[in-house]
Design a protein around this ligand. Structure first.
Ligand SMILES: [Fe+2]
Length: 185
């Protein structure tokens, strides 16, 4: 069977769905490759900064790695802005969704909220409240999200910083994305 026969899902047989599930499992194995390619493509996004989004991501992951963070956190730092191109208004949620099945809920929450927490560094220049993150003060991940923004995000726009190359992180991406911890369907 190269393809299923059905053109409406309602007409699929158990055998066809079993066939598709096998292919999907295989396809999932190349997720690390697709993530690396997408990161590679972040060379051209968001003009105006001194470094590309890829370099920003590498600096973020390098800082996390150098600080001795667990691998999940290093990979989360590497991917935290992967949604910039396709989700300019909700990039945090996009990155968090990609990571969610593979990392702890704690890290998922940090990545999901980092965009809002990051407004601390510039909202006041637009006459807005830079303390919007305070509404999450009681969350168990609050301080770690503050720390993420301070140590692995707002400080990662430095053209003179020596970041590790993207390939350095490939084995970590492969390990973290090897086994989902949760399934949604
Ligand atoms: Fe960032």
């Amino acid at each position: 069977m190269k393809t299923v026969n059905f053109v409406h899902m309602s007409e699929g047989t158990a055998r066809e769905y079993e066939f598709l599930a096998g292919l999907e499992k295989e396809y999932a194995k190349s997720l690390p490759d697709r993530l690396m390619k997408t990161l590679e493509g972040l060379r051209s996004t968001l003009p105006g900064y001194k470094v590309s989004r890829l370099e920003h991501s590498l600096q973020s992951a390098t800082h996390a790695y150098n600080a001795g963070e667990p691998e999940e956190m290093v990979v989360a730092a590497l991917l935290h802005d992967i949604g910039d191109e396709l989700a300019p208004v909700s990039h945090s949620e996009m990155a968090a969704s990609i990571l969610r099945p593979y990392v702890s809920d704690h890290i998922y929450q940090i990545i999901k909220h980092h965009g809002l927490f990051q407004t601390y560094y510039y909202h006041h220049h637009f006459g807005k409240d830079r303390h919007v993150r305070d509404r999450f003060k009681d969350a168990p991940w609050y301080q770690d999200c503050v720390n993420f923004c301070e140590n692995y995000d707002q400080n990662c726009f430095d053209p003179d910083f020596e970041s590790k190359p993207l390939e350095f992180f490939r084995p970590m991406v492969e390990r973290v994305f090897s086994t989902p911890k949760m399934h949604f369907v």
